[in-house]
Design a protein around this ligand. Structure first.
Ligand code: HEC
Length: 157
């Protein structure tokens, strides 16, 4: 049996090695200045596929609620998902700030919640949020395509 601390350590080590493998990182300390958030949605998509997809998907509720329009959605507001009272009673909106606080420490943000997962690294949270934001925007502006798959490999340089 692994203790929670050990699991966390493993998650962090996996996260770090994933970081080293992911494309699109600049190691010179330069940050792209696109938008207030500046997150890398492409990298966020990869992180989403590796970390969130075990419990979530974009288009359907699973262990956790679906995410295709979560950015800008009211916290705990899907009718067809059985939220904890902590989320259901919240009147917050999911925006960059609330998502960052949630992913950094769900229990600290909304005590009594049921998501047993956190994202320790600030850049990872930022990129994940950029991905969720882009997904929600693509959905509202999009041309009504039914199934978008976030895991498509981009082979560009
Ligand atoms: C171990 C399973 C699990 C993993 C992994 C997980 N989640 Fe969750 N998530 C949940 C559950 C369960 C809930 C519902 C919590 C509740 O009702 O208290 C939830 C809720 C959420 C919500 C609130 C949605 C809403 O409709 O209000 C967001 C946002 C979210 N998760 C984002 C993420 C992101 C991003 C990741 C990946 C970094 C992730 N989750 C990974 C289980 C998980």
């Amino acid at each position: 049996m692994l203790k929670t601390e050990t699991q966390l350590a493993i998650v962090m080590v996996l996260g770090l090695s994933a970081l080293a493998l992911l494309p699109g990182r600049s190691f010179g300390g330069m940050e792209p200045a696109d938008g207030a958030l500046g997150g890398d949605a492409e990298r966020g998509a990869l992180l989403y596929d590796s970390r969130c997809i075990g419990c979530h998907s974009l288009g359907a509720n699973r262990i956790g609620p679906r995410h295709d329009d979560v950015f800008g959605r009211e916290v705990g507001s899907l009718d067809d998902y059985d939220y904890s009272p902590a989320l259901k009673q919240s009147r917050l909106l999911w925006d960059a700030e609330s998502l960052d606080r949630w992913l950094a420490d769900p229990e600290g943000f909304l005590p009594g919640q049921r998501m047993n997962f956190m994202v320790e690294v600030p850049e990872d949270r930022r990129d994940l949020i950029a991905f969720l934001m882009r997904t929600a925007q693509g959905r509202s502006q999009g041309s009504g395509q039914g199934s978008d798959r976030p895991g498509d490999s981009t082979s560009g340089g």
